[in-house]
Design a protein around this ligand. Sequence first.
Ligand code: ME8
Length: 654
Amino acid sequence: MKEKYYITTAIAYTSSKPHIGNTYEAILTDSIARYKRMQGYDVLFQTGTDEHGQKIEEKAAAAGKSPKEFVDGVAGQIKDIWNLVNVSYDKFIRTTDDYHVLQVQKIFKKLYEQGDIYKGAYEGWYCTPCESFWTESQLVDGKCPDCGRPVKKAQEEAYFFKMSKYADKLMKYYEEHPDFIVPVSRKNEMINNFLKPGLQDLCVSRSSFKWGIPVDFDSKHVVYVWLDALTNYITGLGYDADGNHAEKYNEYWPATHVIGKDIIRFHTIYWPIFLMALDIPLPKQVYGHGWLLQEGGKMSKSKGNVIYADDLVSYFGVDAVRYYVLTAMPADNDGLISWESVIDTINSDLANVFGNLVSRTIAMSNKYFDGIVQDKGAVESVDEELKGVVKGAVAKVTANVNAFKISDALAEIFAIFRRANKYIDETTPWVLAKDESKKDRLATVMYNLTESILVGATLLSAFMPETCAKVSQMLGAPLKDFDSLDKFGTLTTTTVTKTPEILFARLDGAKIMEQVNAMIEERKTKATESAPVSAEVKAEEKKEEVEMIDINDFAKVKLGVALVTACEKVEKSKKLLKLTVKLGDEERTVVSGMANAYAPEDLIGKKITMVTNLKPAKLCGILSEGMILCAEGADGTLSVLSPEKDVEDGSSIS
Ligand code: ME8
């Protein structure tokens, strides 16, 4: 019997049309699902939509629609885009589906009855875009620690889940399953930032808005959207809280989850803990991919520059877009995307390397052998390297797919095509064709090229299915069985098409960019007309362009209060002052560029603030052991920052 493999994407919020980042995840997961099917696994691939929560309720109201009408529309758009880019899901779940709603209610009740969920009161801060509650101490500068946006004060009677009860068990699970979280750096983040400091109980119900799954025994409350959303992975298979599971659930659970880096905490802490409480096996693996970021600043609707998959597809076709996003994302990092780089990638990899190889090979087979490809056994030593690259590819591609390193997997496949192009240059078929005695050798060369393309196209078919089906058709031979991919020469004979199609035409970048820029301009105008950009939105966008750091990044900077005990101008410098400062028992020298703003005597005796853990650096030959904090006014005026009340020097700042 075939081994089961259950793989899922995150379920996308139905708050707006999905951009290329969300679509990337669907394409990524689809490629893995297709690869596993090709390997012979019995795959179940689930994706879907996350349709409840305050944010969606607000969006629907703004659009003058009922929440259900609104989510029906967006869920339809999401499904259309997934279908457009050939996402081969077996199951599309919506959290408004009745079976899901029913099970979430049952699960909530079960957890309540067994004492994992209890009723309490919540006072804190709520970030609507993230649907997250925060305590005062978790806020950063009074803002949401995840996204940096403003939070609202919130107080409500609520149900809580006893997270801490399961923390040790989860830690043990991490230890016993070192591959549970990929990449492993994320695991350390979870341990150090959340598990070690101690898990707080999680608020799992809301009563301040209505658009959610009602708690059936206390209808004032709706179930917290993350508890609702995460359970999709089991309800979609037919999990039943009373134990009458559908066969699918028994067969396919546990899953491999593919999600973005921003929601790793939900999937590797909360979700496993909910599962432990339900006494269900934990997921096999959680892979947190990076984000696709737009070169030159954040995508925003009002700038008209949000990149959508359907726009890309209308210019470049489905498979070019799939290839592009998959190669744009490095394995353990974020990927940068732009219209210009899509064009470059298509021209360099798809037109020049892959398309060119296929079209040259087919054209030569037609020209020299009337389309018939057959190995005449005229082997030469130059063939060995090509065969080695082709035979070795499957192991490398599979290892990369298993490690979720998809751009590396694609590079291994393209190594076949690059090597084959080089083989054409080495063997110069057009020279062989001039010599009748080299006819067999020429036939073998054409065979080797055709066989190499077939192996490469088979491996590539998980990532670019339509193109590879076309290649197979043009070569007149089916794609290979997975088990034969590490062999060379399983093709017997074939006849290639007389009328090959150009797979990827070279693109005129300047011409396309003209059209794209016109489209962006038009959208920008439309967005401004339909919703004039408010000062608030502008401020929000501006802020979003600034790189956000989390509390741990900030915690690396040590700040302290210091007393200036001496100060003098630095000779040979117009700008620099040399200060001697006292930090409690410690004395330090700091060089600071404030000579235009302060005379030395103005600073002596002042309490100032400084970075105390900056690596010492020499300025004008003087070792500076810290940095003094100054505000800079719009006209460039500098003003040192001093504590508002008198505190002792050496005090820390946080
Ligand atoms: O988070 N690049 O939904 P979502 C790559 N409903 N991936 C990106 C991305 C980008 N620029 N932007 C978003 C949610 N994503 C929840 C999930 S699961 C039980 C609930 C990814 O629509 C993001 O990381 O905001 C997430 O994995 C997915 O797209 C859906 O994001």
